[in-house]
Design a protein around this ligand. Structure first.
Ligand SMILES: *Cc1c(COP(=O)(O)O)cnc(C)c1O
Length: 409
């Protein structure tokens, strides 16, 4: 099949797709490692990695081969029956997380939706039928279904979609006292991202997460970690909570879980998972052979190629390079993150910087208006980090020059 020219893809998309996305004029047709190419041959260094999805880089050979082989053998099989790849991926996830049971779905929102249902069912059984409230954090992001936008502590995702389901309450992130105060007779769970992604790359404090765990134990609440973005090696350990030595009762995964292929998962401790009985929850495509073969190959690659350790190393190197820049540009307020989940907070809107980086062949994006988000593949090398830092340096330098020009006029 011949590819459309980038302009043709863009025109066709603008004509026929719903206007749910603000897209940059980039139309990649091929990817390898941290690089993307459009049909005209223009190359990009991809520090968005499909928003933390392509953690093994684009088209990792092990994932490609697993998909190729599985696609030719068996793509789909209903959960009416047993599925080998699903069982093997569940076993490997359980072994490495210490959470004994797994439910597979197809996306992050579905994983969170499942976590909400599990927490409510668990609450009903163990705390009474008025126990259904889940406390989440401001600036969190938990997906786009009605329950998930309600769990998300940001008004902008909820506006226009009312009435929203009941049973959620929000507290400031990294504020243990506020959380303690919010707990009441209706609370059944607390749900947090150990590192908030869409909310601006906000890293939970160590004492905070430990305090939250103790509070949940004391009050008899479930602790749910949404690791859809920060999981699967990105923060320098396979799961972000392992960097804190704080174990959740329930965890959600998606994004990088399939190495670029869509799959989500909900994990829980045995006693918690028991709240779900046959018939309580299901997904037609959840845990299909193809997605699980991709997930299995991706997880094995992350483990065998030491990618979490590389994320820790390269993340530190990237932040060091960025701090070097920060000191020279007054509009860079802070560089923060954990592993290869890195944010550059600016004192002005980030969108123009994203656009300039793109023009110079570097793909990044902006979250929460002011934070440039860098979530490159975990396979990234020092040279690629240098290249990205070089582009950012140029872009920042140009911005300074322009400001000086404006000041003179
Ligand atoms: C992306 C994201 C989701 C939603 O995942 P989808 O696959 O887009 O539904 C949920 N939680 C977090 C933390 C995310 O980053």
């Amino acid at each position: 099949m011949n590819n459309l020219r980038p302009e043709e893809t863009i025109a066709l998309s603008d004509r026929y797709l719903m206007r749910t996305y603000t897209r940059a004029p980039v139309a990649p047709v091929r990817g390898a490692g941290a690089r993307l190419w459009d049909a005209g041959g223009k190359e990009y260094l991809d520090f968005t990695a499909g928003i933390a999805v392509c953690s093994l880089g684009h088209c990792h050979p092990r994932v490609v081969e697993a998909i190729r082989q599985q696609a030719a053998r068996l793509m789909h099989c209903s959960n009416l029956y047993y599925i080998e790849q699903q069982a093997r991926l569940a076993a490997l996830l359980a072994e490495h997380s210490g959470l004994e049971r797994v439910f597979f779905c197809n996306s992050g929102a579905e994983a969170v939706e499942g976590a909400i249902k599990l927490a409510r069912k668990w609450g009903k059984i163990h705390k009474g039928k008025e126990s259904y409230e889940i406390i989440t954090a401001f600036n969190s992001f938990h997906g786009r279904t009605l329950a998930c936008i309600t769990a998300t502590g940001q008004l902008k995702y909820q506006k226009g979609f009312e009435p929203l389901p009941r049973g959620f309450r929000y507290v400031p992130f990294n504020d243990l006292a506020a959380l303690e105060e919010a707990v009441n007779d209706h609370t059944c769970a607390v749900m947090l991202e150990p590192v908030q992604g869409e909310g601006g790359i906000n890293v939970a404090g160590r004492d905070y997460l430990r305090g939250v765990r103790e509070l949940c134990d004391r009050a008899g609440l479930l602790l749910i970690f949404d690791e859809v973005q920060c999981g699967m090696g990105r923060t320098g350990r396979l799961f972000a909570h392992q960097r804190y030595d704080v174990k959740p009762d329930v965890m959600t995964l998606a994004k990088a879980l399939g190495g670029g292929f869509p799959i989500g998962a909900l994990l829980a401790r045995e006693e918690v998972a028991r709240a779900f009985e046959p018939g309580d929850h299901a997904s037609t495509f959840g845990g299909n052979p193809l997605a699980c073969a991709a997930g299995l190959a991706a997880l094995q690659a992350i483990l065998e190629e030491g990618l979490a350790a590389n994320a820790a190393r390269m993340g530190e190197y990237l932040r060091k390079r960025l701090w070097g820049l920060a000191s020279r540009y007054p509009f860079v307020k802070e560089v923060r993150g954990l592993g290869l989940m890195v944010g550059i907070e600016l004192t002005e809107p980030g969108a123009p910087f994203v656009e300039r980086c793109r023009e110079k062949g570097l793909l990044i994006n902006c979250v929460n208006g002011y934070v440039l988000r860098l979530v490159p593949p975990l396979t990234i090398t020092e040279r690629e980090v240098d290249e990205a830092a070089g582009v950012l340096d140029e872009v920042f330098k140009e911005a300074i020059k322009e400001k000086e020009g404006e000041a003179r006029h």
